[in-house]
Write a protein that binds this ligand. Structure first.
Ligand code: TXA
Ligand code: MG
Length: 347
C-alpha cells in the first residue's frame, strides 16, 4: 500500500473554494487521486485518460481489475470525447436527465485506455450535477474516472469523513463538500443494443421508460447472478455495500415487521433493526431508521450512513425492512439485497 499524505480540502461552495479547487485540479492533472463529492456518493477521481493514474484507483480501493470505472464529464458536448458513437437514445436521455445521477454505457473511444473500461470496448459516462464535481472536471480539463470512494466491498461513502475512514494514506486529497444529497449511486443503463437497466438509482426505471418504453431490466438488478455467469455489468457480481455484521432482509406485510423483529430480539441478543420512522416506537431492540416509510428519497439518502453505523454501534446482526421494488425503492432493494448477501426471510 502507498503511504500518501492525504490533504483535507474543504470546499463549501464553488465560489468559496477556488484555491482548494485549483489545488485539487493540479493533483488530478499530475496523475494523483482525489476523493470528490458528487450528488450521489463521493467518488475516487483520477485522470480517465492516464492508465497509471487509473491503475492507482484500483490499488487504493482494492478493486478487482475486471470491474470498469465511470468516466465523468462536465458538459453534454464532452460526450463525444470518451464515446466513439452516440445513439439518438443517449442524446434523448442526456437532454432530460443530465446533469444528474444517470450513467450511460456507450461504445468506447480510443482516448479512454482499456484499464479504465476493464478491457471492454464500451465505456460508462456520467455528467454529475454536483457544482463542485462539475467545476473540478472543468478546471482540471480532463475527464475523470471515479468509482465510489470506499474500500471495495464496504458501503459507499456519503460524507468526506467516510472517505477519510476508508482511504486515509491511500489518496492525495479529500474534498469536503458536505453530505451527498441522493445517497445511492447513479442509475446505470446500457445503450449498446437494446436499452437495459444495469443498476437502479434515483433516475428511476419508470422515468426512463417514459422516454424509452422498450427498456429492459437486467435480472441481476434483483437476483444473485449464478457464480459463473457473464453479467452485463461486472460490478453486479461482487458482494457489495456490506457492513461487517450480517444483514437479513425481512419481507412481509407492512405491519408485521416490528412484531417479527421483537420476537427475534427476545431470542437473539445484539440484533439491530433497520427500519422506517414509523417502526421506531414499536420496536424493543436497538434500531436505526432510514426515514419515513413513504419517503423513498429520504431512505436512499440515509442508507449507506446507516449501514456504516451498524458497525460503529457493534451490531451482531441486522434485520432490515424489505423495500418495495418500485421507484427509488428498486435502488434501495438492489443495494440492500447485496448488503444482505441475498438473504431474504419471508414472514
Ligand atoms: O453515482 C455514481 O455512479 C458514483 C459516483 C462517484 O459517480 N460512481 C460509482 O462508481 O458508483 P462505481 O465504480 O462504484 O460503479 C460503477 C458501476 C459498476 O457496477 C461497474 O461494473 C459498472 O458501473 N460499469 C462501468 N463501466 C461499465 C461498462 N462499460 N459496462 C457495464 N458496466 C459498467
Ligand atoms: Mg461502488
Amino acid at each position: 500500500m502507498s503511504n500518501k499524505q492525504t490533504k483535507w480540502l474543504p470546499i463549501p461552495s464553488v465560489a468559496e473554494g477556488m484555491g482548494n479547487l485549483e489545488q485539487a485540479a493540479a493533483i488530478l492533472r499530475k496523475g494523483g487521486l482525489v476523493a470528490i463529492p458528487t450528488e450521489t456518493v463521493y467518488g475516487l477521481a483520477a485522470d480517465a485518460t492516464n492508465p497509471q493514474a487509473v491503475t492507482s484507483i484500483f490499488e487504493a480501493k482494492g478493486r478487482p481489475q475486471d470491474n470498469p470505472l465511470i468516466v465523468h464529464i462536465h458538459d453534454i458536448q464532452a460526450l463525444s470525447g470518451p464515446s466513439r458513437e452516440i445513439p439518438e437514445s443517449a442524446l434523448l436521455l442526456a437532454r432530460h436527465f443530465w446533469p444528474g445521477p444517470l450513467t450511460m454505457i456507450l461504445p468506447k473511444a480510443d482516448c479512454i485506455p482499456s484499464v479504465t473500461s476493464a478491457g471492454l470496448d464500451t465505456v460508462a459516462i456520467r455528467l454529475p450535477s454536483h457544482p463542485i464535481a462539475r467545476a473540478l472536471i472543468r478546471q482540471a480539463g480532463i475527464p475523470l474516472a471515479a468509482p465510489s470512494a470506499n474500500r471495495s466491498g464496504s458501503p459507499s461513502p456519503t460524507t468526506a469523513l467516510h472517505c477519510l475512514h476508508d482511504l486515509e494514506g491511500r489518496v492525495d486529497a479529500i474534498i469536503d463538500g458536505g453530505p451527498c444529497q441522493v445517497g445511492v449511486e447513479s442509475t446505470v443503463i446500457s445503450l449498446v443494443g437494446k436499452p437495459r437497466l444495469l443498476r437502479p438509482g434515483a433516475i428511476t426505471a419508470e422515468k426512463i421508460r417514459s422516454l424509452l418504453p422498450d427498456l429492459e431490466i437486467d435480472p441481476a438488478v434483483v437476483q444473485q447472478p449464478p457464480p459463473d455467469a457473464q453479467v452485463a455489468s461486472p460490478g453486479m457480481k461482487y458482494k457489495h455495500y456490506a457492513p461487517h455484521c450480517p444483514v437479513f432482509l425481512v419481507d412481509g406485510p407492512v405491519e408485521a415487521f416490528p412484531n417479527w423483529v421483537n420476537a427475534q430480539a427476545a431470542q437473539e441478543p445484539g440484533i439491530f433493526a433497520l427500519c422506517s420512522d414509523e417502526d421506531l416506537p414499536l420496536l424493543h431492540c436497538p434500531a436505526l431508521s432510514l426515514g419515513p416509510l413513504a419517503d423513498g428519497k429520504a431512505q436512499a439518502s440515509h442508507l449507506f450512513g446507516v449501514l456504516r453505523e451498524l458497525d460503529e454501534k457493534g451490531a451482531k446482526k441486522a434485520y432490515a425492512r424489505c423495500p418495495r421494488q418500485e421507484g427509488i425503492g428498486l435502488a434501495l432493494y438492489n443495494r440492500l439485497i447485496r448488503a444482505a448477501a441475498f438473504h431474504i426471510i419471508k414472514i
